[in-house]
Write a protein that binds this ligand. Structure first.
Ligand code: FUB
Length: 442
């Protein structure tokens, strides 16, 4: 469904476009995304998110989404490999998730409204890859029947014991068996001493022998605060606020931490996309450095985002839903986990950063695209929306939005070295033009 507010903003507020051409936060612009849970797997950082519906007046959330990056600025959309209907016992509120790897399998913990008890529950799904497919291996919740059962967070301690925590307005925890899909000795309640202001959204991690419990705090609007301990169940010592309330235009905040390729990142959510707010949230990221004593400095929300930590190869086949920033477009699923760019109109664009053409002049540029209507044109520009024209390709009517065909031009003028590139969509003003699945230079 088109978000017309987003479109109108993009067309009528040139300032917004100018800002968006250098902004890096929120990291996903094609959909609202919430409650980020980062997970590093090899060379890639994934974020598992919730998804606020457009024009929502509550957290009417239907699915979880997955995004990945290798360079922290270009994010690939893996669609939604897990949703309410993945759980036979769930019927509402696909809220804050977290995924973790163990022995080559990926365990995706979620809160969900239970049709068994009519209250909230914690479930788990298992996948063989970080992007699924995921299935509910037990056909029932891990814990059920309590409105406080939301926001699971998980970690595996050095001794191999996995711990699951969750809850609003207090923390529950359980030791997971090695299978990661059952509890060793039931559900326990945390002693909340030292977890000052705890509201919801716990994030657990262990670093250099210290346990960190980070969480949304002090009611609504929410700060992000944290406490530290020498054991996974406390006693906790309050350390203070990490991100103060009222900085990110949504009354909730929800955070996660990741160390990736020598950098430390803090993930949070904002209300910063056009049409967004308390029920239209979008994930953002901030780089930081731990203090020498392991404490976390105060961090402030910003639109600038983080610096790239890698370059992007344009001579590979690029899924078009890989982008550093975009305006106007959405993404859609096409069968399991195959995602493409949709809702393309005249003037929309995608930016891909740190594209390294090296010393090689490309000989051709190909795209895989489709159109149920009259198609349009794709222009590729270097360094800005109106920068040097690298390539132009016309997309004709192909017989349907998912009737993909590949189109190639040999008229390409790629620059040397590293550049940001802009895929700028052109065509008749008003109608949807075409959909875009892949592109590559050769
Ligand atoms: O996204 C729905 C709820 O809002 C989450 O479960 C909370 O952490 C808050 O972000």
């Amino acid at each position: 469904m088109k978000n017309y507010l987003r479109k109108i903003a993009a067309f009528t507020l040139p300032l917004l476009i100018a800002q968006a051409s250098y902004a890096q936060n929120p990291v996903v612009q094609t959909w609202f995304t919430t409650d980020p849970a980062p997970m590093v797997d090899g060379n890639t950082l994934y974020i598992y998110t919730g998804h606020d519906e457009d024009n929502a007046d509550f957290f009417w959330m239907q699915e979880w989404r997955v995004y990945s990056t290798q360079d922290m600025v270009n994010w690939r959309d893996h669609g939604s490999p897990l949703a309410i209907e993945s759980f036979s016992w769930g019927d509402d509120r696909a809220w804050a998730p977290q995924c973790i790897e163990r022995n080559g399998k990926y365990y995706f913990y979620v809160p969900l409204h239970s049709n068994l008890t009519g209250a909230m529950a914690i479930g788990v799904a298992v996948g063989k890859t970080p992007t699924g497919p995921f299935v509910d291996p037990i056909g029932k919740p891990l814990a059920d029947g309590n409105w406080a059962y939301i926001d699971p967070t998980v970690f595996i301690d050095d001794d191999g014991q996995a711990w699951l925590y969750w809850g609003n307005p207090k923390i529950f925890y359980a030791r997971l068996n090695d299978d990661m899909i059952s509890f060793k000795d039931g559900v326990h309640e945390m002693d909340m001493t030292g977890l000052d202001g705890y509201t919801e959204g716990p994030w657990i991690q262990k670093r250099n022998g210290k346990y960190y419990m980070m969480y949304a705090s002090h009611g609504i609007p929410e700060n992000i605060s944290y406490a530290m301990a020498d054991s996974p169940t406390g006693p906790w010592t309050y350390q203070g606020v990490i991100m103060p309330k009222n900085e990110q235009s949504s009354f909730t905040n929800h955070s996660g931490l990741a160390d990736f390729k020598g950098h430390s990142y803090f993930f949070y959510h904002t209300g910063w996309l056009p049409g967004g707010g308390g029920f239209g949230r979008s994930v953002a990221v901030k780089e930081f450095q731990y203090n020498a004593d392991g404490t976390i400095p105060e961090l402030h929300a910003d639109k600038e985002g983080v610096a790239p930590i890698g370059t992007f190869n344009p001579f590979q086949t690029v899924e078009a839903e890989t982008m550093a920033y975009s305006v106007g477009i959405h993404t859609q699923p096409n069968g399991h986990n195959n995602v493409y760019v949709s809702d393309i109109h005249n003037g929309d664009w995608i930016k891909v950063r740190e594209v390294n053409f090296g010393s090689r002049q490309a000989k051709s540029f190909s795209i895989t695209a489709a159109s149920a209507l009259r198609g349009g044109t794709l222009e590729v520009h270097a360094d800005s929306l109106k920068g040097d024209l690298i390539a132009t390709i016309k997309v004709p009517h192909t017989g349907g939005w998912e009737k993909f065909k590949t189109f190639t031009t040999k008229d390409v003028r790629t620059p040397k070295g590293k550049h940001d590139i802009y895929l700028v969509f052109k065509g008749r003003k008003g109608p949807e033009l075409y959909t875009l699945d892949k592109w590559n230079f050769k």
